[in-house]
Design a protein. Structure first.
Length: 302
C-alpha cells in the first residue's frame, strides 16, 4: 500500500527582511522632519521671512491662476473623499481586503484629526520682526486631506499598481498644496508639514498592511506591468531635481551678491519648488520603500 506523502507545512509569507527597520526609520524621519519644519519656519526669523515672503508674492500672480486654484480647492474635499472612497470600497469588496481597508481608513482619519489638533495646540507664531499673522496655520488641512486620501489609495493598491498610484497621488497632493499657496491660504511650510504628518500616520499603517497582508503584497518587480514601470519613479525624481535647480536659482537671486535683484516672484518660486521637492521626494521614497518590502513572486516563502 502506498502511503501518501504529506506536504511540508507552509509558513506564512513575510515582508522582505529588514523592511521593518526601514519603515521605522522612515517614520522617524517624518517626525523629525515635521519638528524641524515647524521650528525653522515658525520659530526663526529667517524661516518666517522666507515663508511669509512666498505668501506675499503669491498676490502678484493671483489672476487666472488664482481663480483656477480657488475652484480646485473648493472641489478638493469632494474629489479626495469620492476618489478614495470609490477605490478603497472597490478593492475591499472585489479583493476582500477588509483588514487593509480598516487600517488605511483609520490612518487617513487620524492624520486629518491630528492636523486640526496641531493647529490648535501649537503656539502662535512668535514676533520675530516679520510682518505676518500670528495665528498658527501649520499644517495645511486641505493638503492633509488630499495627501491622506491619495495615500489610502496607494496602500490599498496591489504592489504592481503602487508606482503609478504613488505618482498620480503625489501629483494630486502637490497640486493641492501649490493651490493653497497661490490662493494665499497657506505658506509653503504648512504644505510640507502636511506631507510629513500624513507620512507619520501612513507609514506605520503601510507596515501593518504589508505585515498582515503579505499573501497579496507580492509582485514581479519593476517594468513587468504598466503600473510598475520605472518611469513612475524616474519622472518624479527628474521633476524634483529640476525644482531643486529652480529653488537654488531663485534663492541665489535673492541672496546678497552679483546675481541679487529686487524680488517680485523669487520667494514664491522658491516656495513652489520646496513643495514640489518635498512632495516628489516623499513619492519616490515611499514607492521605493513599499517596492522593497513587498515580496517578489519568485522569492521563497519564509
Amino acid at each position: 500500500m502506498t502511503i501518501p506523502r504529506q506536504a511540508p507545512p507552509r509558513t506564512p509569507a513575510r515582508p522582505s527582511p529588514g523592511s521593518g527597520f526601514m519603515f521605522a526609520f522612515a517614520w522617524l524621519a517624518c517626525i523629525v522632519g515635521l519638528i524641524a519644519t515647524y521650528y525653522y519656519f515658525v520659530q526663526t526669523t529667517t524661516g518666517q521671512f522666507i515663508d511669509e515672503s512666498a505668501l506675499v508674492e503669491a498676490v502678484d500672480i493671483h489672476g487666472p491662476a488664482g481663480k483656477a486654484a480657488t475652484g480646485f480647492l473648493d472641489w478638493l474635499p469632494t474629489i479626495s473623499l469620492v476618489v478614495a472612497a470609490v477605490v478603497v470600497l472597490f478593492v475591499t469588496v472585489i479583493r476582500r481586503r477588509w483588514s487593509a481597508a480598516g487600517i488605511a481608513v483609520t490612518a487617513c482619519i487620524g492624520a486629518n484629526i491630528a492636523t486640526q489638533v496641531l493647529k490648535e495646540v501649537l503656539p502662535a507664531r512668535p514676533d520675530k520682526g516679520v510682518m505676518t499673522l500670528e495665528l498658527n496655520s501649520l499644517p495645511s488641512g486641505h493638503t492633509t486631506l488630499a495627501a491622506s486620501a491619495a495615500a489610502a489609495v496607494f496602500l490599498m493598491a496591489s504592489p504592481r499598481w503602487r508606482p503609478l498610484a504613488g505618482f498620480v497621488g503625489g501629483t494630486f497632493a502637490i497640486a493641492s498644496g501649490v493651490s493653497t499657496l497661490i490662493n494665499q491660504w497657506h505658506r509653503p511650510a504648512d504644505v510640507v508639514a502636511a506631507f510629513l504628518l500624513v507620512g507619520a500616520f501612513m507609514i506605520p499603517a503601510g507596515w501593518l498592511i504589508i505585515r498582515n497582508g503579505a499573501a497579496w503584497n507580492v509582485w514581479d518587480g519593476f517594468d513587468r506591468h504598466v503600473g510598475s514601470a520605472k518611469i513612475w519613479l524616474t519622472l518624479p525624481a527628474v521633476i524634483g531635481l529640476a525644482s531643486a535647480g529652480v529653488a537654488v536659482y531663485s534663492l541665489a537671486k535673492i541672496a546678497p551678491g552679483p546675481l541679487q535683484d529686487d524680488s517680485t516672484t523669487n520667494y514664491f518660486m522658491a516656495g513652489i519648488s520646496l513643495i514640489v521637492i518635498a512632495g516628489y521626494l516623499a513619492t519616490v521614497a515611499t514607492t521605493s520603500l513599499f517596492a522593497y518590502a513587498a515580496r517578489r513572486r519568485d522569492a521563497p516563502r519564509r
